[in-house]
Design a protein around this ligand. Structure first.
Ligand code: NAD
Ligand code: DAU
Length: 332
């Protein structure tokens, strides 16, 4: 089996590369990644060149994408601009990569009749009230809030249209917030861990009551592989692991695990349009494809991620200063 993983040098994509490498020895992996600020070749170093081939390039480059897609059997499409705060400062790369890039991938899989799995997010559904008993399901209407989430919603719509109109063999997954190794220091959990490691206080947006539904990135990988191998073409699967926590709870747990007083954090400006709550109902994936999350203990998952950032300062340090300078300008 020859597969193309777009965005395989980013956080979730590189974890998926490792997951496939370790669990499917008969798969040959090609990674296509532009190596934006979020891509890092160190995330996939040390893997055998016989099994993993890296190509630096843009998913919007039609001839490059066609050349690669023609030689593989399936495409797992992770590449995206992924950070909400960045999308509020400059939406253009989100429109280009997330929409035009997905269109380019779709045209290539259509031309060569290849299998596609499109990676999306729960943010396409907008947000929920804190006391809403309902969670997101694959019939929840799309209602995205930010330039990032609306560009991902657009990409999902394109995939659905290409499935219906051109019989493209695609599936979609919408996953909740991931945590794990190799996540860029701009994101919530790595930012707080590295702030503490650098002797500063964690930064909580607004009142800190916003809820995210945390899943370990390895569980995201196992779910994507399950859908790739057992999913029904044209279907959408929601991926989540019952990990709802508000941001204040997460910061307090990080502080406790790092032996700091649990009130050692500061409140900073809120994110404009900040989604209140995400929550995933993954029962379709669990009941129809028999997937199960493995990392259901958030405390021990978080502890191992704290250990990873503590041991891998050389990995995150080069991005830290620039990232904090951007946040400082925003008062966040
Ligand atoms: P990331 O920002 O860490 O990585 C994105 C990768 O895509 C980087 O390696 C980057 O270099 C590459 N890339 C960006 N533009 C490109 C282009 N034009 N051509 C080729 N490569 C390009 O993102 P992530 O957090 O790993 O997210 C991966 C995917 O998962 C995205 O599609 C995102 O929407 C989705 N997702 C993320 C989360 C999360 O919690 N982070 C949750 C659900 C879904
Ligand atoms: O739900 C899936 C989405 O999760 C993915 O589609 C996105 O790619 C991914 O970035 C993530 O989006 P969020 O906006 O939820 O993640 P982020 O890590 O930016 O923030 C998580 C929460 O923490 C959010 O409520 C904002 C808050 N926050 C964030 C930062 C960076 C803080 O309170 N302080 C911070 O310093």
């Amino acid at each position: 089996m020859r597969i193309l993983i777009t965005g395989g040098a980013g956080f979730i994509g590189s974890n998926f590369v490792h997951y496939i490498y370790n669990n499917r020895p008969d798969y040959h992996i090609t990674v296509l990644d532009k190596l934006t600020y979020a891509g890092n070749l160190k995330n996939i170093e040390g893997l055998s060149k016989d099994r993993v081939n890296f190509i630096k390039g843009d998913i919007c480059d039609q001839s490059l994408v066609e050349e690669i897609v023609s030689k593989v059997e399936a495409v797992i499409h992770f590449a995206a601009e992924s950070h909400n705060d960045n999308s509020l400062s400059n939406p253009w790369p989100f429109i280009q990569t997330n929409i035009v890039g997905t269109y380019t991938i779709l045209e290539a899989v259509k031309k060569f009749d290849k299998r596609l799995h499109h990676i999306s997010t729960d943010e396409v559904y907008g947000d929920l009230e804190l006391n809403d008993p309902n969670k997101f399901t694959n019939t929840t209407p799309y209602n995205p809030s930010s330039p990032y989430s609306s560009s991902k919603a657009s990409s999902d719509m394109l995939v659905r249209a290409w499935v219906r109109s051109f019989k493209v063999k695609a599936t979609i997954s919408n996953c909740s917030n991931n945590y794990g190794p190799y996540q860029h220091v701009e994101k919530f959990i790595p930012r707080q861990i590295t702030e503490i490691l650098e002797g500063r206080k964690p930064k909580l947006y607004g009142n800190g009551q916003n809820v995210r539904d945390w899943i370990h990135t390895e569980d995201h990988s196992s779910a994507v592989l399950t859908i790739l191998e057992k999913g029904t073409i044209g279907e959408t699967y929601l991926i989540g692991a019952r990990g709802e926590k508000n941001n204040q709870q997460v910061i307090e747990l990080i502080l406790e695990l790092m032996n700091k007083p649990t009130n050692y954090y500061e409140r900073v400006n809120d994110r404009p349009g900040h989604d209140l709550r995400y929550a995933i109902d993954a029962s379709k994936l669990i009941n129809e494809l028999h997937w199960q999350a493995k990392y259901t203990d958030f405390r021990s998952g978080l502890k191992s991620v704290i250990n990873w950032y503590t041991k891998n300062e050389a990995w995150w340090k080069p991005d830290k200063h620039k990232t904090e300078a951007k946040y400082k300008e925003l008062g966040r």
